[in-house]
Design a protein. Structure first.
Length: 124
């Protein structure tokens, strides 16, 4: 039941209506969790050193097929470990070697409900 998921929003914000912490729920909360996992550098959290990915350190590597494979592996392994409510069905790396741009195209589905979701994550 995706609708039962509720937690503090990411990024942290104040709710304009209540003046309290902004909360998120359902599919949006899952999306926020995925972004938080992928945006957190490996070792950055003091009490949970294994949380996050090495994506930030990989974006400076040569923009080739090896980088694409490393990015895919990092995304799949870390989302499997830290967000068990989704199943990653596909990760594509769209890259432009001339411009140095890399965009992750992440497709996933919820483990409790049918349907597919997609996120585009630019890496800079």
């Amino acid at each position: 039941m995706i609708d039962d998921i509720r937690g503090m929003g990411f990024p942290f914000a104040i709710d304009e209506k209540t003046g309290g912490i902004a909360w998120a729920g359902g599919a949006e909360k899952i999306r926020q969790n995925v972004r938080a996992i992928l945006a957190t550098r490996y070792g950055e959290r003091p009490m949970l050193r294994e949380f996050g990915t090495k994506l930030a350190s990989l974006v400076h590597d040569p923009n080739d097929d090896v980088l694409a494979d490393l990015l895919k592996t990092q995304v799949q392994e870390n989302l499997l470990r830290f967000e068990p409510r989704i199943l990653v069905t596909d990760v594509q790396v769209d890259r432009d070697p001339d411009e140095g741009e890399v965009v992750l195209r992440l497709q996933y589905m919820f483990t409790t409900e049918p349907g597919s979701n997609e996120m585009l994550i630019p890496l800079r």
